[in-house]
Write a protein that binds this ligand. Structure first.
Ligand code: OGA
Ligand code: NI
Length: 386
């Protein structure tokens, strides 16, 4: 070997500086979200969004309903709860919560106009120029309004193909002034929808408590319980096999009420397979969250779900997450704990959950797993992660 090639080293250092600069600029661009990225005209999925091969979805003609990977969830007709068929409807509800952790509801009493207006105003919100949407960006998990991208954009190593607007809804009168003021009818349409979701949630919880055979006293805890709405936007993706709209996760609350537009994308885990939930016009998809799994002492299941993206259509969904007040400690209902069925979860509060998600890259079902008590462990030993 001859003398050290100083010029070559300088050149390669120069190149890597250019590369780093590109990455840095890319990073700032990615933080603006996928809607913005699409507006710049991407034709390939940037590396930042490409999942490791084992985590990528295997998309098998997702819109095809003859496909065995599409699942018909139980459909609960809520109008039956007000008829002599109530017991039958409760039985169907209980079966769905145990077997799938997910179901759809129809005849729920939410006017179709309220639903259509919510989808419409959400589309118009995401259709506004980036500068308008950016006003609502915040990294503070407790802020009443948060616009953002991916799942947890501070922690995620691989970004998801999703932008979101998170709106705290409790108490509605005090948070409303923080909600976006444009589009001009955003607050009006969204608060009508939020009120509808709150009453539907309470009706569902009353039926669920009855189906579990536990006291109705818990119902009053939901009057001023936490209520968060997440408006999700999944723009068309040039290479949908390489990324996800949302990674596998479970929801933290008691119930999530999900409105999806007519574009499929939601998948749930069922018998170790990912199955697509075909949208049913006018229905809500309801799923059990971690708090209800804990409260039911494991009888009802909080199931992993994820979102696929597609190359053709924009998809909008609105998730309403409900629970007890944030300061309330959630524990298994007394009626469901006995010598033959001991307490299976540690008491849990919202602060512990927030600490968990901000301290770690949010991976799969870890939070709920971290609250499980194992029979082999001394049940007074509750220290796992904290
Ligand atoms: C969520 C969620 C599913 C969807 O917001 O927690 O799981 O289809 N959304 O958007
Ligand atoms: Ni979810």
């Amino acid at each position: 070997m001859g003398a050290i090639d100083v010029a070559a080293i300088a050149k390669s250092e120069g190149e890597s500086m250019v590369k780093r600069e590109e990455e840095r600029m890319g990073e700032a661009e990615y933080m603006k979200g996928v809607r913005h990225l699409c507006d710049t005209g991407v034709t390939k999925v940037p590396n930042r969004y490409i999942l490791p091969a084992p985590d990528r979805p295997h998309i098998v003609r997702c819109g095809d309903s003859t496909n065995s990977h599409n699942l018909k969830l139980p459909i609960i007709d809520l109008s039956l709860l007000h008829t002599p068929k109530r017991a039958m409807a409760l039985e169907a509800l209980s079966m769905a919560c145990k077997e799938y952790g997910f179901f759809q509801v129809v005849n729920h009493g939410i006017p179709s106009e309220v639903i259509e207006d919510m989808i419409d105003v959400s589309k118009r919100f995401f259709g506004m120029p980036y500068d308008e949407r950016e006003k609502y960006m915040s990294s503070d998990l407790r802020s009443p309004v948060r616009y953002g991208t991916s799942f947890n954009q501070i922690k995620d190593r691989v970004f998801c193909w999703r932008d979101f607007l998170k709106l705290s809804c409790q108490p509605l009168e005090s948070v409303l002034p923080f909600w976006p003021s444009s589009p001009a009818d955003m607050r009006e349409k969204t608060s009508a929808y939020a009120n509808g979701m709150k009453s539907l949630f309470k009706e569902l919880m009353s039926a669920i408590l009855e189906s579990l055979g536990v006291s109705m006293n818990a119902l009053s805890e939901f009057d001023d319980g936490s209520h968060l709405m997440v408006v999700n936007c999944f723009p068309p993706c040039p290479e949908p096999n390489l990324t996800l709209g949302m990674p596998p996760h479970s929801d933290y609350g008691f119930l999530t009420l999900l409105l999806q537009d007519q574009v499929a994308g939601l998948q749930v885990q069922y018998k170790d397979e990912w199955v697509t939930i075909d949208p049913v016009p006018g229905a809500f998809v309801v799923n059990i969250g971690d708090h209800l799994e804990i409260f039911s002492n494991g009888i009802y299941k909080s199931i992993l779900h994820r979102v696929l993206v597609n190359s053709l259509q924009n998809r909008i969904s609105i998730a309403s997450l409900h629970s007890m007040p944030v300061e309330k400690v959630i524990s298994p209902a007394a009626e469901l704990v006995s010598e033959s069925s001991p307490k299976r979860y540690m008491d849990t509060d919202f602060t512990t959950f927030l600490k968990y998600i901000s301290s770690t890259e949010f991976k799969k079902k870890n939070f709920l797993e971290s609250r499980k008590l194992t029979r082999t462990m001394d049940q007074t030993t509750e220290g796992q992660l904290f």
